[in-house]
Design a binder for this molecule. Structure first.
Ligand SMILES: Cc1cc2nc3c(=O)[nH]c(=O)nc-3n(C[C@H](O)[C@H](O)[C@H](O)COP(=O)(O)OP(=O)(O)OC[C@H]3O[C@@H](n4cnc5c(N)ncnc54)[C@H](O)[C@@H]3O)c2cc1C
Length: 397
């Protein structure tokens, strides 16, 4: 029976980063992924992107990952929020603009936008060549039990391994969470995120736009390209019915609606990738530990894609779990260590999730009180710079 200090279930974004972070600190790691190794044929401009905020970048740098992702990344220097709202019962629509500059909080940028497919491919290559990590593809978790100070893990390839710490990084439908009967709070917001990449007529100048209207925001996130900043990725949230109707439009009509909705902030835009429709869910696990088990990433929290929090929260989970493991490496996976993980990490997961949930409600509601609150909140933030700086720092985590 093979022994590993850490066994990670899930070789997605969170699982791969955690495998590399633990391996960098001399733990021997097994990472289990149920899918076979995938190579995507798409180019870097055709893939969904993930905004990495500065605290996550700093951690990825400290464990030797960032230098490999940096070359595909695009700095995010400015956030412009355009808010469409209705303030009177006569339903006259107005639009206001708020600008957040990273320089206002003395940073060169808020973070970097990285193509997800490129990032997964790079992380997999790093994992495959790391001598402290074994990666099993096309394998999943079957069952697990405690044996003295260890956890035995039965895998679908017939193997049973021993580990001190089992990490569930297996996404929002986590088998680890289910196996250990960890229940969740969840809400289906009945929204769909349409995600695709576009080329546009005006340079993005490292600006991300969030354009608010009922149904949710349309967000543009700048991408690195060879054409001087003429590509961005789009996350366009809508109520399900509206998204379904948009997907039925022909190309010309879709372009017309998209360009009007984007306020032509980047000039005329045109999709250069497939349009993916992703259901938006809100889910928080009621606890993030069990005996010699920790759950991280979307297995622990799944949020609407607003404010670029999802993966950035996953990196924080990994950072805290690693830090606690390093305080006493012999006691990795012990009750005391995992108890500290729960106490240290869980309140922040609740507060971040609560803020994102509230922001999403304010963002998608067509009811006038919520639209007024959104307009009032943005005005207040804009006119009181200390509050604006606090909000920006909170957003960065
Ligand atoms: C439209 C959109 C835009 C987003 N933009 C951002 C952003 O800009 N910034 C940000 O921080 N976050 C963003 N997010 C959130 C971010 O993408 C997710 O938080 C993150 O990708 C989740 O990664 P994960 O590895 O935790 O889960 P997953 O990506 O779901 O990975 C789980 C992995 O586990 C494997 N697995 C599942 N079950 C098993 C099993 N039983 N055994 C073995 N393996 C298993 C799966 O095959 C998969 O590879 C966005 C999300 C969406 C939908």
């Amino acid at each position: 029976m093979k022994y590993f200090d850490v066994c990670i279930i899930g070789g997605g974004h969170t699982g791969l980063v955690s495998a590399l972070a633990f391996a960098k600190n001399n733990f021997n790691v097994l990472c289990i992924e149920k899918e076979s190794y995938f190579e995507t044929g798409a180019t870097r401009l055709e893939l969904r992107t993930t905004a990495h905020l500065m605290p996550a970048v700093k951690f990825l740098d400290s464990v030797g990952i960032w230098e490999h992702l940096k070359k595909y990344s695009c700095p995010l220097k400015t956030l412009k929020i355009i808010n469409n709202y209705t303030v009177t019962s006569k339903a006259s629509s107005k639009a206001s603009e708020n600008i957040f500059e990273s320089e206002e909080i003395r940073k060169n940028c808020f973070g970097y936008n990285v193509p997800l497919g490129q990032s997964i491919k790079t992380l997999r290559q790093l994992v495959s060549s790391n001598e402290n990590i074994e990666l099993y593809n096309s394998t999943s978790l079957v069952s697990s039990r405690i044996d003295d100070e260890l956890r035995l893990v039965q895998l679908s390839n017939g193997e049973i391994i021993k580990t001190k710490l089992l990490i569930g990084a297996d996404g929002s439908r986590s088998a680890v969470r289910n196996l250990f009967n960890i229940s969740v709070f969840e809400k289906n917001t009945q929204q769909i995120a349409l995600t695709f990449n576009v080329k546009h007529g005006i340079e993005h100048s490292n600006i991300s736009y969030e354009i608010y209207k009922e149904g949710g925001p349309l967000t543009t996130v700048p991408m690195a390209d060879d054409a001087g900043g003429m590509h961005s990725s789009i996350v366009w949230m809508n109520k399900k019915q509206v998204a379904d109707d948009l997907l039925k439009l022909n190309k010309k009509d879709f372009l017309e609606v998209l360009n009007e909705r984007s306020h032509f902030c980047l000039g005329p835009m045109e999709p250069i990738s497939k349009i993916k429709d992703i259901p938006v869910k809100f889910m928080i696990a009621k606890q993030i530990t069990s005996e010699r088990v920790a759950i991280i990433g979307e297995a622990a929290h799944k949020l609407p894609p607003i404010g670029a929090q999802g993966f950035n929260m996953s990196v924080k989970d990994i950072e805290i779990l690693l830090d606690l493991s390093l305080r006493n490496p012999e006691a990795i996976g012990s009750f005391e260590m995992l108890n500290r993980y729960q106490i240290k990490r869980y309140p922040e997961i609740l507060s971040k999730s609560g803020s994102v949930g509230m922001l999403n409600l304010l963002a998608y509601s067509e009811q006038m009180p919520f639209q007024k609150m959104r307009a009032f909140g943005l005005d207040a933030i804009n006119s009181f710079s200390p509050l604006k700086r606090i909000i920006m720092r909170f957003g960065l985590g």
